[in-house]
Design a protein around this ligand. Structure first.
Ligand SMILES: C[S@@+](CC[C@H](N)C(=O)[O-])C[C@H]1O[C@@H](n2cnc3c(N)ncnc32)[C@H](O)[C@@H]1O
Length: 365
């Protein structure tokens, strides 16, 4: 079978999902967009399965010092076979990532972590294998947990209260980042968030570690808590380890629900995203989602237009007409990959509501 530049065989009992090509396309484009210096770029594929990532990073991103590990013996053998098939050299180990991190002193400049389910149990291990400026690309597929379908599991795994509504994907990826930041800070690493994507059944975050106690502390200051109103769908957030959280909605006076802790900083570096987009073929399934997030307003969270029209008991308005109305008032607004019915904007809720009412009164006049 072929994926982009790689030829691979998939042995029985070894994981390969062709639908995840989009995520591998993004990872290759991300590494290329970084324009890392050639000297000594070393990459660890810490959950290699067929070895597809190693092969694509070697062939498409020019990474020459590669290590691949997998706990599954068949996967490690399959990785070796596929590397040979593609004439790519890598050190391959059939080992548990935890054991590898404990036994090896090596540090890597790039680490890919793509486990089954939650990456949480492996975060300490990959941090041990990191140094200043190490790039981490990490996937989570336990999205039901991060999106609040299993509240207790999220509290246990991520130490955070999730949301289970239209904001759950954004809250979930911010919970995942917060969790990483906290673990990295224990090892005196700050975390720079470079790219974050939540699509289909996965979340993937792209981070750069910055060594130093001050960097670790500065990253912790980017975390906080949110508050959500079930009645009118208003939200607010506050930075801090123990901030004061609103428990009454400023918009409709109903009781609100607190969620978090979670990361409240920027999810993406827009310049980097634009370079990633230029490197992706328009045929790639990754192109559309990356294009959407490259245009997204960077403020945390968004409003769900049908929930707002339901709250004010009016008929629906389209994203385009609402966005145009807000633009005329001097506010910015964009669509969001997190929800096709969402609007990300810097407009306060009363302005959005007044725009909807005005649009509806015009239409019915
Ligand atoms: C989702 S698959 C990886 C898919 C691959 N990255 C790709 O793009 O096709 C997860 C892999 O992690 C391996 N794995 C699970 N736990 C591990 C551990 N503790 N240490 C190393 N590998 C592990 C599994 O055997 C499996 O091959």
């Amino acid at each position: 079978m072929k994926e982009a530049t790689a030829k691979i065989t998939v042995a029985e009992g070894v994981f390969y999902n062709p639908k995840m090509k989009s995520l591998r396309d993004i990872s290759v484009a991300f590494l290329n967009a970084l324009e890392l210096p050639d000297s000594g770029k070393s990459l660890l594929d810490s959950t290699s399965a067929t070895g597809i990532r190693c092969i694509r990073y070697a062939k498409e991103s020019g990474i020459s010092t590669l290590t691949a590990i997998d706990i599954n013996e068949k996967a490690a053998k399959n990785t070796k076979k596929n590397l040979r098939l593609n004439h790519v050299k890598a050190d391959v180990f059939n080992i548990d990532l935890e054991k590898f991190a404990a036994e090896h002193d090596a540090k890597f400049q790039i680490i890919d972590l793509d486990p089954f389910g939650s990456p949480s149990p492996y975060i300490r291990d990959i941090i041990k294998l990191s140094e200043d400026d190490t790039i981490i690309m990490m996937t989570a597929t336990d999205t039901a947990v991060l999106c609040g379908a299993h509240l207790k599991a999220c509290v246990k795994q991520y130490g955070s209260t999730p949301l289970h509504n239209h904001l759950c994907k954004e809250a979930g990826i911010r919970i995942l980042i917060n969790h990483f930041i906290r673990k990295a800070a224990e090892f005196n690493f700050g975390t720079e968030v470079m790219l974050s994507i939540s699509d289909m059944h996965y979340m993937r975050i792209f981070l750069r570690l910055k060594k130093g106690a001050e960097n670790a502390y500065a990253s912790m200051l980017q975390t906080g808590f949110g508050s959500y109103c079930n009645s009118c769908s208003a939200y607010s957030y506050a930075l801090g380890i123990a901030p004061v959280i609103e428990n009454k909605c400023k918009n409709c006076n109903s009781r609100t629900k607190a969620f978090g802790p979670l990361y409240l900083g920027r999810l993406n570096q827009q310049d980097l995203l634009k370079r990633v987009l230029l490197l992706l073929s328009e045929e790639s399934p990754a192109y559309k989602p990356i294009k959407t997030i490259s245009e997204e307003h960077e403020s945390p969270f968004f409003y769900h237009i049908p929930l707002l029209t339901k709250f004010i008991k009016t008929s629906s308005v389209s994203f385009t007409e609402l966005s145009e109305s807000l633009r005329k008032k001097g506010f910015q607004s964009t669509r969001t990959l997190f929800d096709p019915s969402g609007i990300k904007t810097d407009a306060p809720l009363p302005e959005i509501i007044s725009s909807i009412k005005k649009l509806r009164s015009h239409n019915s006049a």
